[in-house]
Design a protein around this ligand. Structure first.
Ligand SMILES: [Zn+2]
Length: 364
């Protein structure tokens, strides 16, 4: 319903819009990664990954041994407007320093643009018309690095789906898109209307994690999604990171990740179908018991559900607000519940029994 796919002729408009929205990616402050759920019920941890620099780190060096004069100022200007948005969507591993070689070669070659390496035909760029449209041609050439770019719009929300590798299973792609439109607008409406309404999904075979969110972009591992096709609520967890938008220095990573999994537990589209679980205390290892709430992810999420049921309904949602307002401190736990987080965990460890309802449903 009301879904528009934009292809072909409209692609130029889409690219313009896309260029604008992907700039948001560049100014994002933090990236949260989700690690693969281990089989034993443990949860991995991934440190908060910081990205800085925006456009600052992007450079192009023109290497030209031909007799053709190339306007390097014009090349620089085109590069500055096209490459940073491309690289921002492509991934933070994408090269920031680019060498552009101008070569004498057969007439029919125009230009190629791989991350970090451009090649331009001297005869082609010598033509004033081509030189004048260099920016447009460069963008077209860069987008050829991706297997497909789709833009889907629905009820005030947009998703740009960049498939970097052609072997991404189409049915999983459809499921990720469907999950985005089912869960993300709901999370935005409930927790943060200021969260981006235009989101970019990128699938990547080179990425070895599960998924990660940064700014308005969610990166998915092709390998992980292929081997866990039912784990579509990765979208709900990562989407919550976009909604959280806490920025630098607001609360510890385990708290951010615990809240994201708590929200996935509450509002996931298909937690039961994907057999996603929050491990009970009795299943934790000695080391995990020592780590307590700092285990992060699903272990912390179950503790948060216990707080929600046994201590103070709505308290985790209040913590999310305070983290976004940058009013959260270690003292917030006692201010809201009368107990420190360690005291709360000790109470939880003594009596952890609760009724778990994934997305409001009991597991059959
Ligand atoms: Zn996460």
């Amino acid at each position: 319903m009301n879904i528009n796919y934009i292809y072909g002729k409209q692609r130029t408009d889409m690219i313009k819009k896309f260029t604008k929205l992907t700039f948001l990616v560049l100014f994002s402050a933090t990236t949260f990664a989700q690690t693969a759920p281990p089989a034993t019920g443990t949860t991995g941890q991934n440190p908060q990954r910081a990205r800085r620099g925006g456009q600052m780190g992007y450079t192009v060096t023109v290497v030209n041994d031909t007799k053709v004069n190339v306007d390097t100022a014009a090349v620089n200007a085109a590069f500055k407007s096209v490459y940073p948005p491309f690289a921002g969507a492509d991934g933070y591993r994408t090269a920031r320093q680019v060498t552009m070689r101008v070569i004498d070669t057969a007439k029919n070659f125009t230009l190629s643009a791989k991350p970090g390496a451009f090649v331009v035909n001297s005869k082609w760029i010598k033509d004033k018309k081509n030189a004048a449209q260099f920016q447009y041609h460069l963008q077209e050439a860069l987008h050829k690095n991706w297997a497909s770019v789709d833009t889907i719009k629905k009820d005030g929300f947009q998703l740009v789906f960049i498939n970097k590798n052609s072997d991404f299973v189409p049915s999983i792609k459809a499921e990720l898109i469907d999950t985005y439109f089912k869960s993300y607008p709901q999370l935005v409406a409930m927790f943060n209307e200021k969260a981006p309404h235009e989101v970019v999904f990128v699938t990547d075979t080179a990425y070895t994690g599960v998924a990660e969110a940064s700014g308005n972009r969610i990166l998915f591992s092709t390998k992980y999604m292929k081997s866990h096709p039912t784990d579509i609520d990765v979208v709900t967890h990562e989407g919550m990171h976009l909604v959280q938008g806490y920025g630098y220095g607001s609360g510890p990573v385990w708290l951010t990740e615990g809240i994201a999994d708590f929200i996935r537990y509450k509002f996931g589209v298909d937690n039961i179908g994907s057999k996603w679980t929050m491990p009970e205390l009795s299943r934790l290892s000695a080391d995990q018991l020592k780590q307590k709430y700092k285990n992060s992810y699903r272990i912390t999420a179950r503790f948060f559900e216990w707080i929600d049921q046994k201590v103070k309904p709505g308290m985790i949602i209040q913590l999310d607000k305070e983290l976004r307002n940058h009013t959260y401190t270690d003292a917030t736990w006692a201010a809201l519940s009368g107990k420190t987080i360690d005291e709360l965990w000790d109470d939880y460890a003594k009596n952890p029994e609760i009724t778990i309802k994934y997305s409001g449903k009991e597991r059959p």
